[in-house]
Design a protein around this ligand. Structure first.
Ligand SMILES: O=C(O)c1cccc(C(=O)CC[C@H]2O[C@@H](n3cnc4c(=O)[nH]cnc43)[C@H](O)[C@@H]2O)c1
Length: 245
């Protein structure tokens, strides 16, 4: 069974309308829908915005259901000038916490630099970066590349924040800290950590709704971004009736 998570209703609504034999369920304080797309058993769940909501529901789901893979979707902000436009698609090959660490006299130091793991168990230490490089990301990266042109699809590190980057000053800090970052969001690193703790493959695929560095909500293309990315996920689910991971 595959689980697809989104923070807001808009980010999962198209997926929900594609589900057949749908059952609406409550889990803890959250809601989810169970159904099928072709032969694929699917849970689609609404996390709410932010890392606490996302980690809460991911944990409940992984404890209760035989989930083999988690997909997080929704809209996201693009780093300007990297070739991503509004409505384009981004796939994460790494999840990074923008802040986790310490502000010292010499500046920000990451969790790894101050040797303070968020998770240190069973021989695994997790700091502020979670690599998603592996067979599943490669496989779906290639699959999406077959569906979209290289101008409208990029793979790279996603940055997770508590506050979106709405001015140039903050953008400059993030670009200096993570020059390879392509997309910002508010849930990715939280779900990535839970999936690594449970040793499960995790994909994050987002549609670009806005650019970092300005906070003009009227310019955000949330509908375009969330529809485009859900169409891709539905296409992947229909093409591959048994996902190989
Ligand atoms: O007002 C609305 O209808 C609405 C619908 C969906 C999302 C929102 C948001 O306020 C965005 C936060 C939400 O979306 C992700 N996101 C999108 N762009 C960014 C960004 O530039 N920086 C951080 N997060 C972003 C995020 O993952 C949240 O879940 C409003």
């Amino acid at each position: 069974m595959i689980c697809v998570l989104g923070a807001t209703y808009k980010e999962i609504s198209l997926l929900l309308s594609s589900l057949v034999n749908v059952q609406s369920l409550n889990l803890g304080k959250s809601c989810l829908w169970q159904g099928k797309i072709k032969k694929q058993n699917l849970i689609v769940a609404l996390t709410g915005i932010g890392p606490v909501n996302a980690a809460y529901l991911t944990t409940l789901l992984l404890e209760k259901y035989p989930i083999k893979m988690v997909v997080l979707t929704g809209c996201g902000g693009a780093f300007p000038g990297i070739g991503l436009e509004l409505g384009n698609i981004a796939l994460a090959n790494e999840e990074i916490w923008a802040e986790a660490g310490a502000y010292t006299e010499e500046g920000w130091r990451s969790l790894a630099e101050i040797n303070l793991p968020y998770w240190d168990k069973e021989g695994k230490r997790l700091f502020h970066r979670f690599s998603l490089k592996g067979l599943h990301t490669e496989f779906f990266g290639k699959e999406i590349s077959n569906l979209l042109s290289s101008e409208t699809f990029k793979i790279g590190p996603f940055i997770t924040v508590l506050a979106s980057t709405g001015n140039q000053q903050r953008l400059k800090v993030l670009k200096q800290r993570f020059p390879e970052g392509i997309c910002e969001n508010m849930e990715g690193a939280a779900v990535a950590q839970i999936c690594q703790m449970y040793k499960l493959p995790f994909l994050e695929i987002r549609g670009i709704s806005n650019f970092l560095g300005e906070y003009r909500r009227s310019n955000w293309e949330i509908d375009l971004a969330t529809n485009n990315v859900q169409k891709i996920i539905i296409e992947l689910l229909e093409r591959h009736q048994k996902w190989p991971f």
